[in-house]
Design a protein around this ligand. Sequence first.
Ligand code: RP5
Length: 160
Amino acid sequence: MKKVAIIMGSDSDLPVLKPAVKMLAELEIPFVVRVMSAHRTPAEAADFARNARAEGYGVIIAAAGKAAHLAGALAAQTILPVIGVPVKSSTLDGLDALLSTVQMPGGIPVATVAIDGAQNAALLAAQMLALSDGELADKLLAHRQKQHDSVAAKDAKIDI
Ligand code: RP5
């Protein structure tokens, strides 16, 4: 199975990425977690993205806060799908990171999820990999069913 790379701009982003780590582990998708910065370690970030496809990665999740250029900088170096997670780590509550991540120029797409939306980033990565992996598709369908059943159970129990 193709691997997923979770790249974050700083180790201070890790708490926000935990739901993505948990989801990928639950779906038994191989992944790595790395700290690489578009601004502080630009050469390492570019090298990683350039080599990622050859090294067996299928999707890159890139999380950063403030002037969040990481997802775009990685996307510029690869044709792998890059999912951007804007991180709420500034006085602007993540709106700065959201706009920096989502407003890519034409030609270099980044699939941006919500501010701190790490769980959806992992699910979206899994859905991409599931296009060519029936077993993973079945796990995603089971996850949806579980989610459905949990909400339906709450609906049945509501008491006002
Ligand atoms: C961004 O700046 C990082 O992604 C992080 O969200 C934020 C703060 O980084 P640190 O100063 O905590 O390393 O580049």
